[in-house]
Design a protein around this ligand. Structure first.
Ligand SMILES: *[C@@H]1O[C@H](CO)[C@@H](O)[C@H](O)[C@H]1NC(C)=O
Ligand SMILES: *[C@@H]1O[C@H](CO)[C@@H](O)[C@H](O)[C@H]1NC(C)=O
Ligand SMILES: *[C@@H]1O[C@H](CO)[C@@H](O)[C@H](O)[C@H]1NC(C)=O
Ligand SMILES: *[C@@H]1O[C@H](CO)[C@@H](O)[C@H](O)[C@H]1NC(C)=O
Ligand SMILES: *[C@@H]1O[C@H](CO)[C@@H](O)[C@H](O)[C@H]1NC(C)=O
Ligand SMILES: *[C@@H]1O[C@H](CO)[C@@H](O)[C@H](O)[C@H]1NC(C)=O
Length: 393
């Protein structure tokens, strides 16, 4: 007993002297930080404030018009960099530290491709979720037309509890009432806020805090453009400070995919091609086969009502046989596409068609079969209504 006590004391002394005398062989604090490793330049400011990474894809928030202060549809001739947007607002660097990472494409933010957004997602994951991360959260600026697609993608792939907030603008900065400065500020303050952790991706828009899983552009031109399709807002900005009046959104259908697995797939750096078709009277099932011929791995159909397809069943069966995966959502703005008794393809439940496309892309890239995809989309709702699907093994 006595002997082992001495050994422990001696080991303790070795550990202490190692800490005092040989700091270079001690742990983490002597390694580089994610900021250093990724060459992030933190803009001049107060170094005790939270660090928020700005993933900058541009969008209307970066756009100006040569047609005057009343134009909010024909802009885009003038542009701002992320650094210029930050410089416009003297409050920003008094609340956060900011570093810009550029993810712009030559076609502007509406031209963001799957591959560009996936590269940005990998970067965000590395910056926020690596062991050496010294960053508190991130915002991404985005064209509002596809802001929800990137919100959903990030929500399903980056999940280490740090806030990621989508921001944008509906009016160009040359407009007499530009909304981008306030949205950008709100997003940055939200991403820096401790209460914003473990809430998934969020969108800060028009003083609203909207969950990234459910967010959809609901109005095509006005500044109150975004809302959730199957839940309420999480909170609001009051005096530009976030106030959460709801608990975190925990969507039943949310599935966390492995970014590493998807990045190792043959589709990487991009994602499998999945097209969206819109059903209406006289729907042509041939479109499904055409998508397959054009290289699609999957098709999402915006079905009628709770996920009906008026015709084309033969072509759909043929496409499934060829290995095309099919998910049917609803063209209705609200409500689910409900499971079939004997499914051959998936019904998307409450997941909207635009988001269902991304979920199907991630499922295919993760190696899911059609049956796995049916379970992925339908299990929660099937369990709730007592209508199980048990695929043969
Ligand atoms: C820097 O931020 C900290 C934390 O908010 C604050 O206490 C301090 O006064 C700030 N320093 C300056 C120079 O503004
Ligand atoms: C930002 O902080 C500095 C230093 O504390 C202060 O002088 C300045 O007035 C602040 N700016 C704004 C816009 O609040
Ligand atoms: C981002 O791109 C803009 C425009 O090209 C450039 O001015 C800025 O320095 C870039 N920022 C970083 C951090 O690379
Ligand atoms: C994404 O990253 C890969 C390298 O990892 C690169 O080859 C590809 O060009 C990038 N895609 C885009 C759109 O930037
Ligand atoms: C992806 O590939 C890397 C490098 O080969 C490997 O370390 C990693 O485990 C793979 N990830 C998965 C989920 O298979
Ligand atoms: C999918 O499940 C159904 C129903 O159990 C079964 O008939 C079919 O063979 C399964 N298909 C595959 C590819 O496993």
């Amino acid at each position: 007993m006595r002997f082992s006590g001495i050994v422990i004391a001696a080991l303790g002394a070795v550990a202490v002297s190692a800490a005092l005398l040989a700091p270079h062989i001690q742990g983490r604090q002597y390694k580089t930080t994610a900021s250093q490793r990724l060459s992030l330049q933190w803009l001049r400011g107060n170094s005790s404030l939270p660090k928020v990474l700005v993933l900058y894809t541009g969008g209307t928030i970066a756009g100006g018009s040569i047609y005057g202060a009343l134009d909010d549809t024909q802009y885009g001739q003038l542009s701002l960099t992320g650094e210029q947007i930050i410089a416009r607002n003297p409050y920003l660097l008094n609340h956060t530290q900011l570093a810009v990472s550029n993810w712009t494409s030559s076609e502007g933010s509406t031209g963001t491709s799957d591959s560009l957004v996936m590269n940005m997602t990998r970067f965000a994951h590395d910056a926020l979720c690596s062991e050496d991360s010294d960053i508190d959260g991130a915002i991404y600026t985005h064209g509002t037309n596809s802001l929800e697609e990137t919100a959903f993608l990030l929500d399903l792939l980056v999940n280490c509890g740090k806030p990621i907030v989508g921001v944008g603008a509906m009016r160009p900065w040359t407009h007499l009432s530009f909304d981008g400065d306030a949205n950008f500020f709100d997003g940055a303050v939200l991403a820096a806020h401790p209460d914003a952790r473990n809430r998934g991706v969020m969108v800060a828009f028009n003083s609203r805090i909207i969950p990234g899983f459910w967010v959809t552009k609901q109005y095509s031109t006005n500044p109150d453009a975004f809302g959730a399709t199957a839940t309420g807002d999480l909170g609001a900005f009051i005096n530009n400070k976030p106030y959460f009046y709801n608990t975190p959104s925990q969507p039943n259908a949310k599935h966390q995919f492995s970014l590493s697995l998807i990045s190792n797939s043959s589709f990487s750096p991009s994602l499998p091609k999945v097209d969206i078709l819109y059903a209406a009277r006289q729907f042509s099932g041939k479109l499904v086969l055409d998508a397959y011929s054009d290289g699609a791995s999957g098709v999402v159909i915006a079905g009628t009502g709770n996920g009906g397809i008026p015709n084309g069943q033969e072509e759909i069966a043929l496409a499934l046989e060829k290995g095309l995966q099919i998910v049917v959502g609803t063209r209705s703005p609200f409500g689910p596409s409900t499971p079939s008794r004997v499914p051959t393809y998936a019904k998307s439940g409450f997941v909207h068609v635009v988001q269902a496309r991304i979920m199907l892309q991630l499922a295919i890239a993760s190696g899911y079969t059609m049956n796995d995809t049916i379970v992925l989309f339908e299990k929660g709702l099937r369990d709730a209504i007592g209508q199980p699907f048990v695929p043969a093994v």
